[in-house]
Design a protein around this ligand. Structure first.
Ligand SMILES: C[S@@+](CC[C@H](N)C(=O)[O-])C[C@H]1O[C@@H](n2cnc3c(N)ncnc32)[C@H](O)[C@@H]1O
Length: 296
């Protein structure tokens, strides 16, 4: 089975057993201080439309809905991340790896925090994902990259297979927008009209998550993403035959994932409300369910 939790991630993480997860990929809010918002629209032919196009044909713009989540954790970003990263460290298997996706605003503080939780010797890479997106600036160099910090549970035992990624690259190695086999990855953002677009703000491209899963897990391994958003990690796991656990506390993210995985029978959907953690019998339910998932 695969599992998707509609919940704050901390209580679900706390309910997972020690050393049960092979790979963690997380892409938390970047703490931009703004609300991340995306509205999707479609243009359709209509007699009453206010836009006039080819051969005088009238069109109207139909609003398909807005997806949104708060990206403002204020000065407490590290206080918010610390218990979650400590849990991630506890539940990782000894050969396991954590990929932490962030940007220039918080990466330095997060590196120090991760050093203190995992140990400096467990830091393996900083991947730079460079993209051609975003405006120009008159006051500074425009920021056009994200940072992905890679930490392992045990520097002598961790699993890594870069050959898997080479296979993924295949003959397309020379294309400009491909992940390279170094720590600098050039890849476009999710294209506006692309097939994988879900409309969820800050959705990450499969082309960034797939190489991570291929290189740092094997078929049948359990991959955890506890800031799941539109479910990109789960989508890649389905293609690459990995099991997954996804968590997000935003109902809109869950709705997007329900749509994205609508034909998928292997997923168990769980909604965990705060009161389930307040009294012991509901707490037990959450614990049992999360434990079952980690051992299945
Ligand atoms: C940057 S987005 C993830 C996007 C995702 N990687 C994708 O490709 O769609 C961060 C997500 O974290 C979720 N989130 C923020 N705080 C959370 C918490 N305490 N527990 C669970 N999810 C949380 C937000 O709702 C948002 O969907």
């Amino acid at each position: 089975m695969n599992y998707i939790y509609h919940s704050d991630n901390l209580p679900v993480l706390e309910s997972l057993k020690n050393e049960t997860i092979d790979l963690v990929y997380i892409d938390p809010p970047f703490n931009t201080g703004k609300s991340q918002r995306r509205t999707q629209v479609r243009v359709k032919q209509s007699e009453n439309g206010d836009r006039i196009g080819f051969q005088g044909q009238r069109y109207e713009t139909v609003n398909l809905g807005t997806q949104e989540y708060s990206d403002n954790l204020g000065d407490d970003f590290l206080a918010f991340m610390e218990p979650r990263l400590s849990e991630a460290h506890r539940i990782l298997k000894s050969h396991g790896t954590l990929y932490f996706h962030i940007d220039y605003r918080e990466v330095h503080y997060c590196k120090l925090l991760l050093d203190s939780i995992f140990g400096k010797e467990c830091f393996v890479n900083e991947i730079i994902w460079a993209y051609d997106y975003g405006g120009k600036s008159k006051t500074r160099w425009p920021a056009k990259h994200d940072n992905i910090l890679v930490y392992v549970k045990d520097p002598d035992r961790y699993y890594f297979n870069g050959f898997g990624v080479d296979r993924l690259l295949g003959d397309e190695r020379d294309e400009p927008w491909r992940v390279s086999s170094s720590d600098v990855w050039w890849h476009t953002i999710v294209p506006t009209n692309g097939k994988e677009k879900t409309g969820y703000p800050t959705q990450k491209p499969r082309g960034i998550v797939e190489p991570i899963i291929l290189a740092s897990s094997k078929r049948g391994d359990v991959v955890l993403d506890f800031f799941a958003g539109s479910g990109t990690t789960g989508d890649c796991c389905l293609t690459l035959a990995r099991k997954f656990i996804l968590i997000d506390d935003n109902k809109q993210a869950i709705d997007v994932m329900r749509k994205r995985f609508h034909n998928e029978r292997s997923i168990k959907w769980n909604k965990v409300t705060p009161h389930m953690y307040e009294n012991s019998s509901s707490n037990l339910w959450a614990h049992q369910s999360a434990r079952k998932m980690a051992s299945s």
